[in-house]
Design a protein around this ligand. Structure first.
Ligand code: BG6
Length: 487
């Protein structure tokens, strides 16, 4: 046993999943299609050519006409929709204090702009939350995790359209009212800053919705609408669930300068703002000064209504949540160098770091530094709601899976979180990404696995879907049991 006692008694240990990557049942019980249901799988041989999807209307139409659902793994997921009881029992066995899930918006409002909600969808999450509460697992619920109803894309051009603010606010109010006695922790948008890297997944608009040269304008205007939507959700949450807490959530990226060259340092600061701009607005309630010059330089004009500034100012979030998988290196534009990979971002290679099977640079120490940076800046509770290693797993003849690489990754990150807590950071919880194997966000494949629990399904949708425990299952169980003392 280590002598360190870093994690507070009520620390929220658990895991995080998202509706679009686990539920399946994409058209059951009245659910409408979401933007993720029309994203095609990237086959292993195409992985190197993979680009973040930014489809045209014609490409979406083609996906809609394609009834071979095996090409769209998010349509079938890991069948969590029908197997959630079995899966939650396993999470209970792991000792989870919390499970982060998302609500598929389209189960509640199938078209996003419907007058009344879909009762069957509401009932599904009632049952899910009851099951979690029965096991003493605290739900943490994301309102929007890459699941904007597709109709809002096709009819309104996604978040470029201000109308989505009120559609989202109505959806948020509906679920707050319905689940006010069952769910206390909420998150507005998953990785809200991903709109800068993934305009379709983050902003739900299509390539042909934006005129040439207007992409940045569309991205920042959409972000503005999401800030308003988030602020309206914060207002509703505090009114409807006074003992609840609601956070924002970003891709937690730390940007190191490539060298002490002053231009590299400035570039790193500018890149760092791709994360901080979003948390600045949602925690401080106003646009930071540095954006004024950025908007000017890039010819961006945010269309605002008179009440917008007050809405943002009066409704800041209670905590800041982040995902953390890797760090990044920033260099002045003329720098040449080998690149490292990522799902949303690529960066220069950092010679001090190793990389995952998918080329993501593994950097546990960066997590401690980043948590300190966030806490120095906001002095608000922080929550690491995603972290983990996507890796190939091998099933032995006896069915066991020896994923010591995953244990090593998680152990080092948890150690650094402990140090951050010792540094004075108020960290309230940790939910490892994909505690059960799920469909990858970026490639929709299965062979990139994050889980403590193995799911028997391959990249082509074949398999028994049987769940089994990896070595990391027993390891994480111990971590939770000893409140992070035994790693
Ligand atoms: C985060 C997303 O960016 O990364 C998750 O919030 C995603 O939805 C996770 O699954 C890991 O990415 P990937 O591409 O390996 O699934």
């Amino acid at each position: 046993m280590s002598e360190l006692k870093q994690f507070p008694e009520n620390f929220l240990w658990g895991g995080a999943i998202a509706a679009n990557q686990v539920e399946g049942a994409f058209d059951e019980d009245g659910k409408g299609l979401s933007i993720s249901d029309v994203v095609k799988v990237v086959r292993p041989e195409d992985r190197k050519k993979m680009k973040i999807p930014f489809p045209t209307t014609a490409e979406v139409q083609e996906a809609l006409n394609d009834t071979n659902h095996k090409n769209y793994p998010k349509r079938y997921g890991i069948d969590f929709y029908h197997r959630y009881k079995e899966d939650i029992a396993l999470f209970k066995e792991l000792g989870f204090k919390t499970l982060r899930i998302s609500i598929a918006w389209g189960r509640i409002f199938p078209n996003g702009d419907d007058a009344t909600p879909n009762e069957a969808g509401l009932k599904f999450y009632d049952n899910l939350f009851d099951e979690l509460n029965k096991h003493g697992i605290e739900p943490v619920v994301t309102l929007s995790h890459y699941e904007t109803p597709l109709n809002l894309t096709l009819t309104y051009k996604g978040w470029t359209n201000r109308k989505l603010v009120d559609f989202f606010a109505k959806y948020a109010e509906t679920v707050f009212e319905r689940y006010k006695d069952k769910v206390k922790y909420w998150i507005t948008f998953n990785e809200i800053n991903c709109i800068l890297m993934a305009p379709y997944i983050g902003g739900a608009f299509l390539r042909d919705h934006v005129a040439d040269g207007e992409l940045l304008q569309a991205q920042f205007q959409s972000a503005h609408h999401q800030f308003l939507a988030s602020a309206k959700a914060v207002e509703a949450l505090h009114r409807i669930i006074p003992d609840g807490k609601i956070g924002c959530m970003v891709v937690g990226m730390i940007n190191y300068p490539n060298s002490p060259h002053p231009d590299d340092v400035m570039t790193a600061l500018t890149d760092q703002r791709n994360t901080f701009f979003f948390t600045d607005v949602m925690t401080r309630g106003h646009y930071p000064a540095y954006m004024t010059s950025f908007f000017k330089e890039n010819g961006i004009t945010i269309q605002k209504e008179a009440e917008d500034d007050a809405i943002l100012k009066n409704n800041v979030v209670d905590y800041v949540a982040l995902s953390y998988y890797m760090s990044s290196v920033s260099a002045r534009p003329e720098t040449e160098g080998e690149k490292a990979a990522g799902n949303l971002l690529s960066s220069l290679k950092n010679p001090y770091l190793e990389a995952s099977d998918w080329g993501w640079q593994i950097d546990p120490k960066g997590l401690r530094t980043l948590l300190n940076m966030f806490y120095d800046r906001y002095e608000k509770p922080l929550f690491v709601v995603e972290n983990g290693l996507g890796a190939f797993d091998e099933v032995e003849d006896d069915g066991s899976i020896h994923d010591d690489y995953r244990i090593a990754y998680l152990r080092e990150h948890i150690k650094e979180m402990g140090k951050a807590i010792e540094d004075g950071v108020d960290l309230i919880g940790y939910t490892a990404w994909g505690p059960i194997d799920l469909i990858s966000f970026s490639t929709s494949e299965m062979s990139k696995r994050y889980g403590f629990i193995y799911v028997d399904q391959d990249d082509y949708g074949n398999g028994s879907l049987k769940r089994s425990k990896k070595d990391s299952f027993y390891w994480y169980q111990k971590v939770i049991e000893t409140n992070g003392e035994e790693l």
